[in-house]
Structure formats: structure tokens, C-alpha cells
Write a protein that binds this ligand. Structure first.
Ligand SMILES: C[S@@+](CC[C@H](N)C(=O)[O-])C[C@H]1O[C@@H](n2cnc3c(N)ncnc32)[C@H](O)[C@@H]1O
Length: 197
């Protein structure tokens, strides 16, 4: 991870950070969730952020806060990076907070979740019983994500009620910047959780 051609091969996620278990955030943006999650749980945290500027800023802030061994953000396109990550079943939770900056319908194909094979890659990396948590303030995107994830037989809904992935609240004691803003603005947040079978 990190950009040089020598580093384009397979990556063992266990070599990236230390923690009692591993969690992956896709598209951390300005990074608030990583800091709060690091305070909330003894997990090793890996962020993949396609915007190099923010990946670098957040990674440096984590190091300055003394969290560098336990939490890192890498400048990577998750769609390209996930297939390089291993071993299979090494990650306990994957978080996707508001992964939809392009809200127009014609931009739906740019959404990382709906890219060919992306959900299957997340299933491959999650340990049995591992969790996939996705949240958005765009209702139609929530429906799209739910359909995409339900289509993968390796995921089962793990929401508040049996058979549904919908969660009323975020159970991870950590909020993303966009989540905080949505709450302040009174926007409904659609939260989905699935469990890796
Ligand atoms: C709407 S922002 C949300 C940021 C943050 N998750 C939050 O909730 O505040 C979406 C983030 O996903 C990142 N992103 C989009 N596509 C990505 C990809 N393929 N790989 C990694 N990050 C991606 C964007 O750069 C941006 O930081």
C-alpha cells in the first residue's frame, strides 16, 4: 500500500496495523470516525481513501495522536485495493459511511459498492460472523446498496429486526463527519448491517 510500483502486489492486512482484531473503513474522508473508533475499541483500523490529500492528512494526524501503530489511512482506490488484500477472513468489520458523493442517477455506476465484484471482495475479507455496516442519507442509495449486498449469498441481514438489515442507531460508538452533519441537519440516516455467514 502507499503508491510505489514495488508495493502493488498482495498485501497482508495484519502487517499494516496492530490491534486485537482488524476493521476496515472505506472512504474515511476527513477521518473523524477512525479517531472515535480507535478510542471506542481496541481494534486495528485501516482506512482506504481515494483522495490522496485527505488520506495523507488523516494518516499524519493519527501518527501525531500516537495512534500510528493501530490506525492508518492509505491513499488507495478501494475498488483496486481490496482484491490485493488478504488473507481471506482477516477483517472483523467493514464500514462504509456515506459512500455516495455523486447523487445523480447517472452517477450511480461510479459508486464503489455497485462495482463488479466489490461486495464479493468484502465478503472474502470478512471473518465468519464479521459485519458490514453501510450508512447513507440518500434513501434510494440505501435501497440500491441493500439489493446489491443481499444478492451476495455470503451476507445475511443483521439489523434491529430479523430478516432486515435496517438499524435505527449506529452501534459502534463512533460517528463519521458526514453522519454528524446529517444528525445536526435533521436528515434521516439509513443504516444497514449485514453479517458474514
Ligand atoms: C461523501 S464522502 C464521506 C466521507 C466519510 N465517510 C464520512 O462519512 O464523513 C465519501 C468518501 O469516499 C471516498 N471514496 C469514494 N470512492 C472511493 C473509492 N473507490 N475508494 C476509496 N475511497 C473512496 C471519497 O473520496 C470521500 O472521502
Amino acid at each position: 500500500m502507499g503508491g510505489t510500483s514495488r508495493e502493488d502486489g498482495p498485501v497482508d492486512v495484519r502487517s499494516l496495523v496492530q490491534g486485537e482484531w482488524l476493521e476496515l473503513e472505506i472512504g474515511p474522508g476527513r477521518g473523524g470516525f477512525v479517531f472515535e473508533r480507535a478510542a471506542a475499541a481496541p481494534a486495528g483500523l485501516i482506512g482506504l481513501e481515494v483522495r490522496r490529500k485527505w488520506a495523507t492528512i488523516v494518516d499524519q494526524r493519527l501518527a501525531k495522536a500516537g495512534l500510528g501503530a493501530r490506525a492508518r489511512v492509505f491513499a488507495e482506490d478501494a475498488g483496486l485495493a481490496l482484491p490485493r488484500l488478504g488473507p481471506d477472513g482477516s477483517i472483523r468489520r467493514i464500514f462504509l459511511h456515506f459512500p455516495d458523493p455523486w447523487w445523480k442517477k447517472r452517477h450511480a455506476k461510479r459508486l464503489v459498492i455497485v462495482k463488479q465484484g466489490f461486495v464479493a471482495e468484502m465478503a472474502r475479507l470478512l471473518e465468519p460472523g464479521g459485519e458490514l455496516f453501510v450508512q447513507t442519507d440518500v434513501e434510494e442509495r440505501a435501497a440500491l446498496y441493500e439489493a446489491e449486498i443481499r444478492a451476495c449469498p455470503l451476507f445475511v441481514p443483521f439489523g434491529d429486526e430479523g430478516g432486515s438489515p435496517a438499524l435505527a442507531n449506529n452501534p459502534y460508538n463512533a460517528e463519521s463527519p458526514r453522519e454528524k452533519r446529517a444528525i445536526v441537519d435533521g436528515l434521516p440516516v439509513h443504516r444497514l448491517r449485514f453479517r458474514r455467514v
